[in-house]
Each structure stands twice: as structure tokens, then as C-alpha cells.
Design a protein. Structure first.
Lengths: 205, 242
């Protein structure tokens, strides 16, 4: 049976899920901007012609990983809705457990003990489902981490190529800067979410 | 939580639960009503989250959990039904009768299992074992979608917020002096009830009912002649005043 502290912990977990979802919005927006930047960069590279020859395949890479990040984020978003429902279910089960413990203190009734057992089994089942969802979520974020590592590598390469692009250097360098900045922001948000996931895991044990 | 039997008939009983000594001080005191027959039981205005555990403990002295088949919410306020999310897991097969107007709002309290049975504006009735309970429209008194429960056999009208009084301390269950009791009811009715037209319409309809006991959701219960005294006083009261 759970204590008031454990019921409070369930609420904290709910807040952690909310934080993860807030960060997801940021990741999705950055990934969409990256995709748009890739499209603009491709136009600039085409206009630049041979001087930006090395930049063209880079724009394809940027587009590819930003599209992949958008896809992963959309999948995470779906999972997050499920995560929210599960976190809410855990809060409700924990609240019921807490209330039943209070009821049992008032009247030690066999029926209340039975309800406590049922509700505890329900709480355990919901907690397991939440753990499972968190596990899936973690692997998605690890995928994004890998994509952002590639993004940072591409940003370095693109800067070298941009410096050889003559009068288009400035435009293409700003693309490199944007990729670096976005990748850094996405990585920070993903790191924060991985920390929240780690804390969530601890809270569910 | 104190439990007192109000009526004991052949087919069913009325029990009022309230005046919980452990209730947090700043929460308004509420009366919850349990009607039980041999086969089933209904809880009228089950109360807020804070009262769930004493209510459950109190109710199980009278019925088993499987016995509770029905809940009724006179309107959408938190002191009426914010415990719904907890009842939803405790009596998942129960039905909740409540104004159709508030379905989308009441579901915010958490309702995955219990079935919502919307009551039409005109009211309706349900059977509880061999007893019949009538839902009497009491719209705008105070909520815009609001019902009382009338039991023609027990001659009890569960009047929700109508007849409610704001008193502190360990208050007796019944009103013993109506004139003295007015001071506890007046502000509540003037401030919470928004419409003289709705009030007069309700008084005219309720006067036609045979009522031995008028049981509000807050404060003391009115018995016998005091019911008529209340109706007379309420008819004259100018409401909707801040």
C-alpha cells in the first residue's frame, strides 16, 4: 500500500512527463527549421553553381536528418500522449490508494482491504505500462542524439565547403551556423529529457 | 463521519452522512444521502475528494460495495461530485445520474468506467428496488442545470442547495426553530440563487408535493411544518443580490 509521499511522487512524475512534452515541442520546431534551412541552402547552392559544388550533397544530408528528426519527434509525440494518459492513470491509482488507506484507518473493513488490493494491482499494472512507454521513449531520444551528432559533423564540413563558395560564402556559412545552433539546442533538450526519464525511472522503482 | 437514519420503510431506507469531525476547517460541510433497498443503493451528491475516505468508510457500515449501483449529482459543483474519479474506480459498474447540461464538465473529474445517465431538463425518475425516485427540476437554484430528488413514499425531498444554511461548529441535524434558522440561510439564498423567476416556479411546483422532510446538501434538515414555512419564506425572498 502506498503512503502520502508516494502519492506525491506520482504527481511529480506527472510533472516530469509534462516537462518532456514541453521539450518535445522545442525539438520539433527546431527540426522543422532545419528542414526549411536545408531547402533554402539547396537553392543558394544551385545559384552558386560550381563554387558551391561540395555544398549540394550536404544540403541533402541536412534535409535527410531533419526529416528523420521530424518523423522521430512525431512518433515520440504520439507516445507522449500515451505517456500522459498513463502518468495520469498512475496519479489516479495512487490517489485512490492513499484515500483507501485513510478509509481503512477510519473503519477497518474487509471490503476496504479488498479494494486496496485491487487498486494496488491496478497501480502496479499501470506503473509497468508507464515504465514500458518510458523505455520506448528513451530509445527514440537516443536516435535523435545520434542524428544531432551527425548534424554537428555536417555543420563542420559545410563550413569548410562554404568558405570555398566565393560570394555565396556568407549565405552558406550562416546555414552552417544555423545547423550548429539547432543541433546544440536539440541536444540540450534531448539531454534534459533523458535526465527526466532517468528521474522518472527512479521515481517508479 | 456521522450517519443518521432519516427514514426506514419496508422497501428502502434513507441515511444522511455528514458532520465529519475530521473535515478540514476551510471546507464547507456537506450532507451526503444514501438510499438503500434490499437489492441496491444510491448515493445522492457523493461529495468532494476530501470526503471520499470518510464517506466510503461510513457507507460500508450500511451497504456492501457491490450494493452501490447508482450515484446522483444534483449539479456540477466540486463539493457535490469532485470525488467522482475515486468512485469511478471503486464502483466501476455504477451509473451516474446528473443533469445532461453538465456531462462534459463533470467528466473532468475523471470518469472512465461509470456510465453517465443524462437527466433531461424536464426531470425523470428511476427505480431503486421497489422505490421510485423522482428528479425534480430546480434549474438556476443555484446551478443552471440542477435537480432535486423526491421520494413520494418516504415523502423526503433532497433539495440540494435549496434550504441550505451556512453554520459553523457541531450543528444539530434538524432545524428546531425556523425563525431562528433564517439568519443562517438568508445570505446563502440571496447570493447563490440567481433568479426570482426560477425560484417562484420551483416553489409553485414543490408546494404540490407531499413533503415530510426537506433535506438540503448543507446544514440542517427541515421537518414537518417547517417545510411549508420555508416555502413561504423562500417565495417572499428577493434573490440574486450580491
Amino acid at each position: 500500500m502506498i503512503s502520502a509521499d508516494q502519492a506525491t511522487m506520482a504527481i511529480h512524475n506527472f510533472v516530469r512527463v509534462a516537462n518532456i512534452i514541453t521539450n518535445l515541442d522545442m525539438i520539433l520546431n527546431q527540426a522543422k527549421n532545419l528542414s526549411l534551412t536545408a531547402k533554402n541552402a539547396r537553392v543558394v547552392a544551385l545559384r552558386a553553381g560550381d563554387v558551391a559544388f561540395g555544398f549540394k550533397p550536404i544540403t541533402n544530408f541536412i534535409d535527410e536528418f531533419s526529416t528523420q528528426t521530424i518523423k522521430t519527434t512525431a512518433e515520440i509525440s504520439q507516445l507522449s500522449n500515451q505517456l500522459f494518459s498513463l502518468a495520469l492513470a498512475v496519479v489516479r491509482c495512487a490517489d485512490l490508494q492513499f484515500q483507501l488507506t485513510k478509509a481503512n484507518d477510519i473503519a477497518n473493513h474487509a471490503c476496504i482491504s479488498q479494494l486496496q488490493q485491487q487498486s494496488y494491482a491496478d497501480l502496479k499494472q499501470k506503473t509497468r505500462a508507464l515504465e514500458q512507454a518510458i523505455f520506448s521513449l528513451e530509445s527514440y531520444f537516443e536516435d535523435i542524439q545520434k542524428q544531432m551528432r551527425s548534424a554537428e559533423y555536417i555543420a563542420v564540413t559545410s563550413r569548410v565547403e562554404a568558405s570555398n563558395a566565393g560570394e555565396f560564402s556568407h549565405s552558406l556559412e550562416s546555414v552552417s551556423d544555423f545547423i550548429t545552433d539547432s543541433a546544440r539546442k536539440i541536444k540540450a533538450a534531448v539531454n534534459e529529457n533523458l535526465q527526466e526519464i532517468c528521474a522518472l525511472r527512479g521515481g517508479l522503482r | 463521519m456521522k450517519a443518521t437514519e432519516l427514514y426506514h420503510g419496508e422497501s428502502h431506507q434513507w441515511i444522511v452522512l455528514g458532520r465529519d469531525p475530521e473535515k478540514p476547517e476551510k471546507i464547507i460541510d456537506t450532507n451526503q444521502y444514501l438510499i438503500k433497498s434490499a437489492e441496491e443503493a444510491i448515493i445522492l451528491d457523493p461529495g468532494g475528494i476530501e470526503l471520499f475516505s470518510p464517506m466510503l468508510a461510513g457507507i460500508l457500515h450500511h451497504v456492501t460495495i457491490d450494493h452501490i449501483t447508482t450515484l446522483f449529482a444534483s449539479h456540477q459543483d466540486p463539493d457535490i461530485i469532485s470525488s467522482l474519479g475515486l468512485w469511478d474506480k471503486t464502483v466501476p459498474n455504477a451509473k451516474l445520474y446528473a443533469p445532461w447540461l453538465w456531462e462534459g464538465f463533470i467528466r473532468h473529474f475523471g470518469m472512465e468506467n461509470i456510465q453517465y445517465m443524462p437527466i433531461k431538463d424536464e426531470g425523470g425518475e428511476i427505480r431503486l428496488g421497489h422505490a421510485t425516485l423522482k428528479f425534480i427540476p430546480a434549474h438556476y437554484l443555484h446551478s443552471s442545470g440542477n435537480f432535486n430528488v423526491y421520494d413520494p413514499q418516504a415523502k423526503i425531498l433532497m433539495s440540494g442547495d435549496i434550504g441550505a444554511a451556512l453554520e459553523h461548529g457541531d450543528v444539530p441535524l434538524y432545524v428546531d426553530n425556523f425563525a431562528e434558522h433564517i439568519k443562517y440561510m438568508e445570505y446563502f439564498h440571496k447570493r447563490w440563487m440567481p433568479s426570482n423567476r426560477a425560484k417562484n416556479n420551483w416553489v409553485a411546483r414543490v408546494k404540490e408535493l407531499e413533503i415530510d422532510m426537506m433535506a438540503p446538501q448543507h446544514g440542517r434538515i427541515l421537518k414537518g411544518e417547517m417545510v411549508a414555512e420555508f416555502l413561504e419564506w423562500f417565495a417572499k425572498l428577493d434573490v440574486g443580490i450580491a
